[in-house]
Design a protein around this ligand. Structure first.
Ligand SMILES: [Zn+2]
Length: 85
């Protein structure tokens, strides 16, 4: 999978989310995971699939070693919240 070059790798709020110190998620781009979750949330998607293999790789910025599961879930929640505004 390609390496992510998106600016979301540097979003500061990722710093408060859990680290993933092992496993397949460790080197995935959590910015991509967040945005995928957000897109699912804003349309109230009911079948959620993180599909780690679909995410770009990244070891840069604030997403480094963060949990893609946690960032996907945060993105989903933020998307649902945004849908009610
Ligand atoms: Zn990304």
């Amino acid at each position: 999978m390609a390496t992510c070059t998106d600016q979301h790798r540097y979003w500061v709020f990722f710093e408060q989310l859990p680290d993933d110190q092992g496993g397949i998620g460790r080197h995935k781009c959590c910015g991509c995971a967040y945005e995928k979750g957000y897109r699912a949330g804003i349309i109230h998607g009911e079948i959620l699939n993180i599909n780690l293999d679909s995410l770009h790789e990244s070891q840069a910025g604030t997403v480094r070693h963060k949990s893609p599961h946690a960032t996907y879930a945060q993105g989903y929640l933020d998307g649902v919240k945004a849908s009610y505004r």
